[in-house]
Write a protein that binds this ligand. Structure first.
Ligand SMILES: [Zn+2]
Length: 304
């Protein structure tokens, strides 16, 4: 066990050295170059990631940044990198911390997500969001000028293959993992995977009532089976695919403990009060443990 965790640590350190050696100095510290022509922008570890994929026929973005200031930073970076247009923007989910900045790019950029994304975005739309953003800072006030809801113009079924220039980009539906419509983005030649918010390294996921742990595990196993070299989660640092193993182990431990308590006749409220996950105390978003326990409880009830 100790050897395994040491090996795991060594592989993570090697990975970090590899990624940081490719840091895109000219674009600023928010940007990491993760492969030739592929960048990830995030101003803070907790923020969502925005992917920038250059091709000979134009640029593809993955999500549009955490806030409009991030979207503007991405637009400026793309202008430094290439004279070619941003042709497509693929959403990994529908929530505003991944989609508010769409108005910065579209039109002319075409936005893509799974069927139902537009409906979910219109349903969740908060007309006060613009005012809330403008109050945050003068920079945000400036960046939010022109904000309006822009939903995907193109919705796909199970899978969509985008061929642009030298790149093949597969967009894969992840069912019931996080929002009203979730997509993983897979570049098979480059072995880079954008894993959406189905995957957050070393953090507890916010598991909403319609999400099931079975569906999350299904998505995690499907993505792991693609055999990616670099995984870009919805939030948090890009890293090696061992983050999938960490998540699988976490859910296995959680399901085992909730299952044992259910067999002992404990109620859901008792589980929330008593159940501890000390091995994962260092993971972020501990306030989400009660909703993780609820999700595990639904899973255990469903498997009776
Ligand atoms: Zn989200």
């Amino acid at each position: 066990m100790r050897i395994r965790s040491t090996l795991g640590l060594v592989s993570v350190i090697c990975f970090l050295v590899f990624v940081s050696s490719l840091t895109a100095q000219d674009l600023g510290s928010q940007f990491k170059k993760i492969k030739g022509g592929i960048y990830v922008q995030s101003a803070m570890e907790t923020n969502s990631n925005c992917g920038v994929i250059l091709t000979q026929e134009g640029v593809v973005l993955v999500d549009s940044g955490f806030n409009p200031t991030d979207s503007r930073a991405v637009l400026d970076a793309v202008k430094k990198l290439t004279p070619r247009p941003i042709r497509f923007l693929i959403d990994t989910e529908t929530h505003p911390d991944h989609t508010t900045g769409h108005f910065v790019f579209s039109p002319p950029t075409i936005i893509i997500n799974h069927t139902g994304a537009g409906e979910a975005m219109r349903k969740d739309f908060d007309p006060e969001r613009l005012n809330t953003l403008m109050k945050q800072s003068p920079a945000m006030r400036e960046a939010a000028q022109g904000y309006r809801l822009v939903a995907p113009q193109l919705e796909y079924g199970d899978k969509l293959t985008l061929r642009l220039g030298e790149r093949t980009i597969e967009v894969l539906h992840l069912k019931n993992v996080h929002s009203g419509a979730d997509s993983a983005i897979w570049l098979p030649q480059e072995r880079v995977l954008f894993a959406a918010s189905a995957m957050g390294p070393r953090r507890l996921n916010n598991i909403r009532p319609f999400v099931t742990i079975q569906d999350m595990l299904h998505a995690i196993r499907m993505m792991k089976a693609l055999n990616p070299e670099i995984v870009v989660p919805g939030h948090g640092s890009p890293g090696p695919p061992s983050m999938f193993d960490d998540a699988e182990r976490y859910y296995a431990v959680l399901l085992e403990r909730v299952g044992a308590m259910a067999r002992a006749g404990k109620t859901l409220d008792q589980m929330k009060a008593e159940l501890k996950m000390p091995e994962y105390a260092a993971w972020a978003n501990q306030e989400r443990l009660p909703n993780n326990i609820e999700a595990a409880y639904r899973a255990v009830q469903g498997s009776k």
